[in-house]
Design a protein around this ligand. Structure first.
Ligand code: AMP
Ligand code: ZN
Length: 466
């Protein structure tokens, strides 16, 4: 079955043909580790996890390399380290902040059902690769040294008569317009106002490394060069897919692409560029000042990770996603049902219709429609149940048993299952002696505890109302 992906660079959905089907290579920009990740970061992690799963399904689990980096050198990290660990030497404090935040991120995205990427490189462990790329750029005339900084020149890139793509092609910006529109108060060491930093001197106490290009003082990398270096080290000069949130198209990805193509004299960095749309909350931009800012951790206190995952996958990854309380409640009800039907079934081959939806530029909204159909078929046949279970697991659902899922819900609701069972037994006895007043009273008592009961020929079952 063909896989089609939308490429931000060419603005078209194309047949995906890997450079090497034995090793399909994807890179997604990961978190800057200074604080709890928010639910928008969670969306990016989920989207590229679904892509990873689709590629593993298509090419085989051992034939996909997924790199998601960790940005562990950044001003925000330094500020946080100084604030949280006063009196501790800055470098030590930075290590504490990045290690702790990285672990939190890892735990959060695991709870969201994301598989661990094949490699999770840290920027600070790739300084030699950054220096090597910078040296190549300086030697090629694409970058220059000024006041202990190294600057990249987009104008030099576009003046080069070669295979190189044009600077601005990814974000569809014209360099001439950027030059005209740039602010006048540019840093004095820049030759042109569109030049960006590859390397800069460190301030006293900040992390620092020996500088490239003959600069005598120690320094640290700019943000964009970090990803060029990590992608090169783990995926090579050219690879298949590069992804991230839509906010990264400019300047981050435009600059990564420029650095990598100019350093290696290639026409492209990745064959396909994929960007997820932004997540907003109840139709508003998520922001601390609006009071609608949620970390993944905040929401995991109220919802199982799979509920958050499902509520996000109902929207196509390129569309803006409106996260609402209502969408989480609906996803929770759906998952309660899916767990009850399929969680204890073995996985069969996933439904071809669902795989087809996934291979159509990760059309998870369509995949959801297919799943609802499969749910109905699952109720009537064991083969249907297995196909449904296999389809859900391919998307990263049903990681728990049905009993664990129900138990977690009970625990979260504070309902004591033994007390509920005892009340149901009393009610059954009342019904047996035709004391319907008493049985209704017990049902109301259970409802007040948030428990819904269902009577059938097989007896009475119960669940927590959402
Ligand atoms: P950051 O740690 O801010 O660099 O972001 C990590 C990833 O999350 C990047 O791929 C961002 O593009 C993505 N991201 C950040 N904010 C949002 C948002 N509100 N919605 C969706 N993705 C986001
Ligand atoms: Zn990046």
């Amino acid at each position: 079955m063909d896989l089609r992906l939308y490429d931000t660079l060419t603005r078209e959905k194309r047949l995906f043909v890997p450079l090497d089907a034995n090793n399909v290579r994807m890179y997604a920009c990961g978190p800057t580790v200074y604080d709890f990740a928010h639910i928008g970061n969670g969306r990016a992690a989920i989207v590229f996890d679904v892509l990873f799963r689709a590629l593993r399904h298509r090419y085989g689990a051992g034939h996909v390399t997924y790199v998601r980096n960790i940005t562990d050198v950044d001003d925000k990290i330094n500020v946080r380290a100084a604030r949280d660990y006063p009196g501790v030497p800055l470098n030590e404090a930075i290590r504490k902040v990045t290690e702790q935040t990285y672990q939190q991120y890892q735990d959060d995205v695991t709870a969201l059902g994301c598989l661990p990427p094949t490699v999770q490189p840290r920027a600070t462990e790739h300084i030699p690769e950054m220096r090597a790329i910078i040296e190549k750029l300086v030697a090629g005339g694409f970058a220059y040294v000024a006041e202990d900084h190294v600057l990249f020149s987009p104008q030099a890139m576009n003046a080069a008569n070669s295979v190189l793509p044009r600077y601005g092609a990814l974000s569809k910006r014209s360099l001439d317009e950027m030059i005209a529109g740039a602010r006048v108060d540019v840093a004095p060491y820049k030759r042109d106002n569109t030049d960006f930093v590859l390397w800069k001197p460190s301030k006293p106490g900040e992390p620092s490394w020996p500088s490239p290009a003959g600069i005598a003082v120690e320094g640290r990398p700019g943000w964009h060069i970090e990803c060029s270096a990590m992608a090169w080290k783990h995926l090579g000069e050219k690879f298949d897919i590069h992804g991230g949130g839509i906010d990264l198209v400019f300047p981050h990805h435009e600059n990564e692409l420029a650095q990598t193509c100019c350093a290696f004299h290639t026409d492209r960095m990745a064959n396909v560029w994929m960007h997820n749309g932004f997540l907003q909350i109840e139709s508003e931009k998520m922001s601390k000042s609006l009071g609608n800012f949620f970390t993944i951790r905040d929401l995991l206190a109220d919802w199982p990770g799979e509920v958050l995952r499902l509520s996000m996958l109902r929207t196509h990854y390129r569309s803006p996603l409106d996260w609402t309380l209502k969408s989480a409640e609906e996803a929770a009800r759906t998952l309660d049902d899916w767990y009850a039907v399929a969680a204890d079934a073995e996985s069969g081959a996933p439904s071809p219709a669902m795989v087809e939806a996934l291979y159509d530029d990760l059309n998870t909204a369509q995949a959801m429609a297919v799943l609802h159909g499969l749910r109905n078929a699952a109720a009537s046949s064991e083969a249907g149940r297995k196909e449904f279970a296999g389809s859900l697991r391919l998307l990263g659902f049903l990681s728990e048993s049905a009993a664990a899922w129900k138990g977690r819900k009970e625990q979260a609701s504070g309902v004591d299952a033994a007390a509920v069972e005892a009340l149901i037994a009393e009610r059954t006895a009342a019904r047996a002696r035709k004391d319907f007043k008493e049985s209704d009273r017990i049902r109301d008592q259970l409802a007040a505890m948030g428990v819904v009961i269902k009577d059938s020929k097989e007896g009475t079952t119960w669940e927590i109302a959402r």
